[in-house]
Design a protein around this ligand. Structure first.
Ligand code: PEP
Length: 247
């Protein structure tokens, strides 16, 4: 039985005042039947981790470098994420693939660094609208999965997030059948490559998840939770999604 996960990606949003939203979320969810994760911008990770220590909400980063230290101006290493109190790191988000030209090979190297630092890697995959319209979704997502996951991926150290690029921040969501088809295919590929561990790796859906559509999405087979952008910024909205996982 895979424990569900509600993961929030604050992206490049939030300053000190945003910590109050995390406080409110922690107060609203002193216990839960799912795991809860917030990945704030790097500037907030240490403060948020301190603030949430003792709560059941985990924290993580939105990226890390492949190296543990060195001459990489502006980057943050997996060891630094762990040192700041983070337990997870999102890798290969489509915005990083698009904005920073991140390839599957780079994402895989980052994931290896993350696992080496004891972090849980949340590895993102997903097709563009053009790729979906060309009927390439399964091939694209399967290729990203094969190229981005390290051989050492296990149920304990890796989470996959399926995020159709065209659904992120747009209010557009695939049909439940479309979500199910991709998640079932991802599950089959994980089992084929990792055996029993692959059956335990959680596969999140991401892309315009809100309190109003969360329950039906969570009812789809092989959907083990959500990676949430915009709706994770407010405790009430993220709480509504968490509630759907606890129903
Ligand atoms: C995301 O950035 O991972 C995401 C899913 O964003 P949103 O929920 O805003 O679509």
């Amino acid at each position: 039985m895979r424990r569900k996960l509600a993961a929030g990606n604050w992206k490049m949003n939030g300053t000190g005042g945003s910590l109050a939203e995390a406080d409110a979320l922690a107060a609203a969810w002193p216990q839960a039947a799912c795991d809860i994760l917030i990945c704030p911008p790097a500037t907030l990770l240490s403060r948020l981790s301190d603030r949430l220590s003792g709560s059941l909400i985990a924290t993580g980063a939105q990226d890390c470098h492949t190296a543990s230290s060195g001459a990489h101006t502006g980057d943050v290493s997996a060891d630094m994420v762990a040192d700041a109190g983070g337990s997870h790191v999102i890798l290969g988000h489509s915005e990083r693939r698009a904005d920073h030209g991140e390839t599957d090979a780079l994402v895989r190297a980052k994931a290896e660094a993350a696992l080496g630092a004891g972090l849980i890697a949340v590895v993102c995959v997903g097709e563009t609208l053009e790729e979906r319209e060309a009927g390439q979704t399964i091939d694209i997502v399967g290729g990203q999965l094969a190229g981005s996951l390290p051989d050492g991926a296990t149920a304990a150290n890796t989470v996959v997030a399926y995020e159709p690029v065209w659904a992120i921040g747009t209010g557009k969501v695939p049909t439940l059948e479309e979500i199910g088809a991709v998640h079932d295919d991802i599950r089959a590929r994980l089992v084929a490559r990792f055996g029993a561990e692959g059956d335990g790796i959680r596969v999140l859906y991401g892309g315009s998840v809100k309190p109003s559509n969360a329950a039906e999405i969570f009812g789809v087979s092989n959907v083990d939770g959500a990676l949430v952008g915009g709706a994770s910024l407010k405790a009430d909205d993220f709480g509504g999604i968490i509630a759907a996982l606890n129903a």
